[in-house]
Design a protein around this ligand. Structure first.
Ligand code: GLY
Length: 350
């Protein structure tokens, strides 16, 4: 799911809070959840957004009794090479130097093992490399050019994963960018860190830029009640090279708990990292909350505890539990996910 988000607007909101305008406890978006407590049966896959091609690929594995881990991997791979999808894999949107850097985590509830890659370049399937980190190393995460080198050792080809659409986006973005985007001025840093404002840069103008946080979460429960998940993305468009969002961080953009469930996030990764988003959702489900209630608690922390009641950014939690109940909670106001179970495929949009 993508959403234009202005960091400048976010910081201006933060400035309002610094001036004492917090609305803790009154944030209206804490009603923006949806889910069902009536399981349609197992197996089941949930995919964030309307990426039906990913849920179809995962369902092909699950419907014949396949493993949840294989299913989420198949779903992620389908998204990574889907031609018109600019949020993940091939054709993902580039960083501020025009290079597509991909982030991914995969996690298996049965073994409670996980693997991740951050800022990997030139590899079509970061999900396969993340899975190789999990299955063929004693590590959880490999980043940067080392991730690409690891992928090559595992048999992957290095290719140009930009396409005409992503190169065209980059040309437009460069034409509109300021030289300080994603880099904080003294004033912005003071606002962020809740320090007194220095007079030097007050009032400095900056053009707003188009940003997207395209990401896909694929979560599955197989017929045996085993749970797995994969989150894959090209991350924040126009990001500082080397910036990792939440997607390659286990517990942030993805988490899975054996016999409990799985959760993933899309949207502004920095907010998700600060609340350990997916871990929080899974932990709340372990304590008895439904997927929707657990998502709400994570979003509540994000808004009330780490942003003083402000939420001028977009984030969405999706979750499933081991019984096949599913739900989502959002800051953006739009619930949008796809499920596939024995009753067929259903797009949930609110
Ligand atoms: N959630 C994706 C990112 O922030 O990169």
């Amino acid at each position: 799911m993508s959403k234009n988000v202005s960091r400048r607007g976010f910081l201006e909101k933060a400035a309002g809070v610094a001036a004492g305008a917090a609305v803790i406890g009154e944030f209206p978006h804490l009603n923006l959840g949806f889910g069902t407590g009536s399981p349609a049966g197992l197996p089941m896959v949930l995919v964030s957004g309307g990426k039906t091609w990913a849920s179809n690929a995962a369902w092909e594995v699950l419907k014949d009794g396949g493993d949840a881990l294989d299913a989420v991997h198949a779903g992620a791979m389908a998204a990574e090479v889907y031609p018109s999808d600019t949020s993940v894999g091939v054709g993902g949107l580039p960083n501020e130097e025009g290079v597509v850097q991909l982030d991914c985590t995969i996690m298996d509830g049965k073994s409670m093992q996980c693997g991740a890659v951050g800022c990997i370049e030139g590899i079509e399937h970061p999900s396969s490399v993340a899975r190789a980190v999990m299955e063929h190393t004693d590590h959880c995460m490999i980043v940067g050019h080392y991730a690409t080198e690891f992928a090559v050792k595992m048999g992957h080809q290095v290719t140009d994963i930009s396409d005409e659409a992503s190169r065209s986006w980059y040309r437009r973005w460069v034409a509109r960018r300021s030289d300080t985007d994603d880099w904080l001025s003294e004033e912005e840093s003071a606002i962020k860190m809740k320090r007194p404002l220095p007079p030097s840069e007050r009032g400095r103008r900056q053009r707003e830029l188009e940003h997207t946080y395209g990401t896909i979460n694929v979560l599955a429960v197989d017929v045996n009640g085993q749970v797995a998940g994969c989150t894959t993305t090209s991350g924040l468009s126009g990001k500082i090279p080397g910036r990792c969002g939440d997607s390659p961080i286990v517990g942030a953009g993805l988490y899975v708990l054996r016999d409990v469930g799985a959760a993933g996030f899309t949207g502004r990764g920095e907010e998700v990292i600060r609340i350990c988003g997916s871990f929080t959702v899974c932990e709340m489900m372990r304590r008895g909350m439904s997927p929707t209630e657990a998502g709400r608690e994570a979003i509540r922390r994000m808004v009330e505890e780490t942003n003083d009641g402000n939420a001028n950014f977009s984030d969405n939690a999706v979750a499933i539990n081991a019984k096949g109940e599913h739900g989502s909670f959002t800051v953006s106001g739009r619930i949008n996910y796809t499920i596939h179970n024995p009753d067929g495929q259903q797009r949930i949009q609110r």
